[in-house]
Design a binder for this molecule. Structure first.
Ligand code: ZN
Length: 161
């Protein structure tokens, strides 16, 4: 496994739409392992392949609970319900946080890393993370959807908790 370089704000690839994955092969498994390792290294709760420069529809999420990392290939949000106002950040926008409205609940269909069809009903933080990462696959970044005036820059040296 390897840490991959995270593409950051200003990199045009973040605005591109990722392609459907048709073949689940060893190369994809390596990408997924690297994405999980990279997400953990930077304490992220999610990472989309585009953020490491690969335009494929795969994302990883880890809420650091006992469930471990979730891998979603070709995810499709088929249902959303309610709203939540949440604080959000992104590994591609280091040290920036803002408030945003996300659905309170989502239902997502996807393939897991073995190609098996899965359906996840998510709420709160998991719903937020899924929406954030699926946006990345569509070339959308959270900063374009935030509640105006809520963007804050946090000095990384002040808070290492
Ligand atoms: Zn992000």
């Amino acid at each position: 496994m390897a840490i991959r370089q995270i593409r950051e704000e200003g990199d045009e690839i973040l605005k591109k739409k990722s392609r459907e994955i048709e073949v689940i092969d060893d190369k994809l498994q390596i990408l997924i392992d690297d994405m999980i390792e990279t997400m953990h290294k930077y304490n992220g709760v999610g990472l989309a392949a585009v953020q490491v420069g690969v335009l494929k529809r795969v994302l990883v999420i880890d809420l650091y609970d006992d469930k471990g990392a979730i891998v979603l290939i070709n995810p499709e949000i088929i249902k959303t319900k309610g709203e939540q106002e949440v604080e959000e950040g992104c590994l591609s926008f280091p040290n920036q946080f803002a408030k945003i409205i996300r659905p309170m609940e989502v239902v997502v269909e996807a393939l897991d890393r073995n190609g098996k069809k899965i359906k996840i009903k998510a709420k709160e933080l998991l719903a937020q993370a899924i929406c954030h990462e699926v946006d990345h696959l569509n070339g959308e970044v959270f900063i374009d959807k935030i509640i105006p005036g809520t963007l804050e820059y946090v000095n990384p040296n002040e808070n290492n908790s």
